[in-house]
Design a protein around this ligand. Sequence first.
Ligand code: FES
Length: 122
Amino acid sequence: MYNEKVMEVFRNPKNVGEIENPDGVGRVGNASCGDIMEIQLKIENDIIVDAKFRTFGCAAAIATSSTATEMVKGMTVEDALKLTNKKVVETLGGLPAQKLHCSVLAEEAIKKAIEDYLSKKK
Ligand code: FES
């Protein structure tokens, strides 16, 4: 069902775990399957210097979280807010249609973590 790239990232996900004293935390749930994901960000001068995730979800959720956290590292928060699940899925070479909803988790969790950071900054 999954392509080789997705399977490779799923088998060896990057950025699994927690950040000590994160600057932003985003926790989201997937209404259609009940799975949950948390993304933690370390942000310095509005640049994401580290990103980690923990997820209770399927292979697609793990592969997209790993890829999304890799992609946002080094981005400004402004650019990271523009990262869509579509871009993450493209980077992974595609997902089966019935698994696209899983990729939304990472996008939403990153957005929430940035919102958390911005609200604390105020
Ligand atoms: Fe729940 Fe994929 S089935 S995140």
